[in-house]
Ligand binder design. Structure first.
Ligand SMILES: *Cc1c(COP(=O)(O)O)cnc(C)c1O
Length: 389
């Protein structure tokens, strides 16, 4: 006989990360959730089955991941997708032609591209605002506004959105409040507790944490939204395969440990860079010099390992990203390994020049995803790469 976990005992984050949503497999008692690599399930007779009929609709490995991430976000329902952008696609399908969305202008480039190149053509309308300015958010609301979409901290400017206050604006407008929590993770920020209706993730990043799969998640506590999202997940069909779900589930087990180290190393490197003579400015919410540091302290339990550096000179930025030996020059973020990127030519190449200027995203800006290697080695690597001009 197998015993189910007592979920009332999974009170704290690190305990939930390891156990929530999972129970030993009934067949052999496998402690770790098996990979149910099957598309279909036997039916004992007409209309008689174990609740599983076809794997687009339900898969036990996927369900374990969905329950796990939902528990980490403090939500009741989780839905996994084949990518973060498939989760964005699904959340926007909650709307209908003619509906209006107020969205942060500094959201993930692929999110902005999907909104402006796909959804705008299909009849949704968008107003992009500085999500850090509550007055801009409020002014953009119209009678047609059905969703407020926020990302905090943003990529790569590390600008924050006040979640509680923005949630209040959305609630008054009777609009859904959707928060992309990819950067902070539920370890450091839980938007549902601050008024969000839906939390979105690219599990590709910190939740999986090992840069070896692509996936997305939606979490909500509202039963009405869960029913509609479940319908869309099955009807649009952008579900992840069981192996990717298993990788993500393995990843969340160490989320608390990894985030602690990303945070410690991120702070140390941000402080070190801020004092470096070749660095003009460091964008990191954990630095007291960050214009929204107070909000960061109020809203986040940690600041993580993402930071951007203004070098004031394009050649210097190029040399930095090309000279590092431990920081790998690559897109993506949130893995155990440190990455360095040049947003203007890589992740944000498609952002219009005017908007880049408004956000302060220059050609001499470099973004770091600080991994969990020994921080002194990472500093030595940055030091030699910043070396001589
Ligand atoms: C990567 C990312 C996405 C998109 O996720 P994919 O898994 O690449 O589709 C969305 N939001 C943020 C903040 C991201 O970093």
């Amino acid at each position: 006989m197998t015993r189910a976990f007592d979920h009332d005992l999974l009170r704290r984050f690190a305990t939930r990360a390891v156990h929530a949503g999972q129970a030993p497999d009934p067949l052999a008692g496998a402690v770790m959730t098996p990979i149910y690599q099957t598309s279909t399930y036997i039916q004992d007779g007409l209309g008689r089955n174990k609740g599983y009929e076809y794997a687009r609709t339900r898969n036990p490995t996927r369900e374990a991941l969905e329950r796990n991430v939902a528990a980490l976000e403090g939500g009741r329902h989780g839905f996994a997708f084949g990518s973060g952008l498939a989760a964005v696609d699904t959340v926007l399908k909650l709307l209908s032609a003619g509906d209006h969305v107020v969205c942060g202008e500094n959201v993930y480039g692929g999110t902005h591209r999907q909104m402006t190149h796909i959804w705008a053509r299909l009849g949704l309308t968008f107003t992009f605002v500085d999500g850090g300015e509550l007055a801009e958010v409020k002014a953009a609301i119209t009678p047609a506004t059905k969703m407020v979409y926020a990302e905090t901290p943003t990529n790569p400017m590390m600008r924050l959105c006040d979640l509680a206050a923005t949630g209040e604006i959305a609630r008054k407008a009777k609009a859904l409040f959707v928060v992309d929590n990819t950067f902070a993770t539920p370890c450091f920020q839980r938007p549902l507790e601050l008024g969000a209706d839906i939390v979105l993730h690219s599990t590709t990043k910190y939740l999986n944490g090992h840069s070896d799969m692509v996936g997305g998640m939606l979490v909500t506590s509202r039963d009405d939204l869960a029913e509609r999202i479940g319908f869309l997940q099955n009807s649009s069909g952008a579900v992840p395969g069981p192996f990717d779900c298993w990788l993500a589930l393995r990843g969340t087990k160490t989320l608390a440990l990894r985030m602690r180290q990303h945070d410690v190393s991120g702070r140390r490197i941000a402080e070190w860079l801020a004092k470096h003579p070749r660095v003009e400015r460091v964008y990191y919410p954990g630095l007291p010099s960050h214009p929204q540091h107070e909000l960061a302290r109020r809203q986040m339990a940690g600041f993580g390992g993402m930071l951007s550096v203004e070098l004031g000179d394009v050649g210097r930025a190029r040399r930095l990203v090309e000279r590092t030996k431990i920081f790998v020059l690559a897109e993506s973020l949130g893995g155990v390994e440190s990455l360095v990127g040049h947003p203007a030519s890589m992740t944000h190449a498609s952002v219009p020049a005017e908007l880049k200027r408004k956000m302060g995203l220059t050609d001499s800006l470099v973004r770091l995803s600080v991994g969990i290697e020994d921080v002194e080695d990472l500093i030595a690597d940055l030091d030699q790469a910043l070396g001589d001009d």
